[in-house]
Design a protein around this ligand. Structure first.
Ligand SMILES: NC(=O)c1ccc[n+]([C@@H]2O[C@H](COP(=O)([O-])OP(=O)(O)OC[C@H]3O[C@@H](n4cnc5c(N)ncnc54)[C@H](O)[C@@H]3O)[C@@H](O)[C@H]2O)c1
Length: 257
């Protein structure tokens, strides 16, 4: 028996690209707990793969959503209103930066690359929660994915660190603004995981080894461990938690050397 029961609950997960995506790990955990889930995919390129994965879910919904397109974001929530009526959770697991902005000097980041990284990875949470809130009639939980480079320098992470700092500030600001509606907003700060997005970061392999060496648990984390934390945040067990950045990193963040 699964320890958290979300039967009757519905929600949306943004950010499945393939079966290694953190968003897919979270989707599986939410689905095993009984929740009904809508998955979004970024453009036709990913449509088939996401629809294939969704066949593993009970009564799924799959919808297109490019986070740079306000109309597509609005349409996702219109469809959710029609198909689900209400929702109780939203998972934001998307990020993007140009490959050339994830290596070399941070100082060389161009205006357009900077704008795009911040828009997709941090700003997109705002229109999503704006549209989601009216559907969260009995309160809700919003979970975003972040990384420790918001606070400290990981050479190569560059503009994505800036984007994560903006995202984390957004989590706190939105937790404040939506708290009265009993909508909780939190982020999970995950240790390095081998996913499509991670492949773009220069020196990622070294980062993973360093994290395993230094972390109190002496290992890297797994996607399932992130998924379990997300499940907890989407459930009533976390009812008193909002505006928090929760590290799921084998303890790496507490270490100085
Ligand atoms: N992998 C790690 O080591 C790690 C660690 C901490 C945090 N994170 C964060 O976790 C989240 C998920 O990343 P992942 O590692 O699962 O990689 P992933 O590549 O599987 O997921 C990234 C997702 O972002 C989506 N995306 C990019 N641009 C988009 C756009 N314009 N519109 C809509 N979607 C768009 C992609 O389609 C993809 O589904 C990201 O926010 C990432 O920064 C990852």
């Amino acid at each position: 028996m699964f320890p958290i029961d979300l039967s009757g609950k519905k929600g949306v997960v943004f950010g499945v690209a393939n079966d290694r995506s953190i968003a897919w790990g979270i989707t599986k955990a939410l689905s095993q707990a009984g929740a009904r889930i809508a998955l979004t995919y970024q453009g036709d390129r990913l449509k088939e793969r996401v629809e294939d994965l969704a066949t593993n879910l009970k009564d799924p919904l799959t919808l297109p959503c490019d986070a740079t397109d306000d109309d597509q974001i609005a349409q996702v929530f219109q469809s959710l209103k029609e198909e689900f009526g209400e929702i109780s959770f939203l998972v934001h697991s998307i990020a993007f930066a140009n490959k050339e902005d994830l290596s070399g000097r941070y100082a060389d980041t161009g205006r357009e690359g900077y704008r795009m990284a911040l828009e997709i990875s941090a700003y997109s949470l705002l229109p999503m929660i704006r549209h989601a809130a009216p559907l969260m009639t009995e309160g809700g939980s919003v979970v975003a994915m972040t990384f420790d480079a918001s606070q400290r320098v990981y050479p190569g992470y560059n503009v994505m660190g800036t984007a994560k700092a903006a995202l984390e500030h957004g989590v706190r600001q939105l937790a404040y603004e939506f708290g009265e509606q009993n909508i909780r907003v939190n982020a999970i700060s995950a240790g390095p995981l081998e996913t499509l997005a991670a492949r773009g970061i220069s020196g990622f392999r070294d980062m993973r080894h360093a994290a395993a060496d230094k972390a109190p648990l002496k290992r890297n984390i797994t996607v399932d461990e992130v998924a379990q934390a997300a499940l907890f945040l989407c459930s009533g067990l976390s009812s008193g938690i909002t505006g928090a950045i929760i590290p799921v990193d084998a303890g790496y963040h507490i270490m100085a050397v």
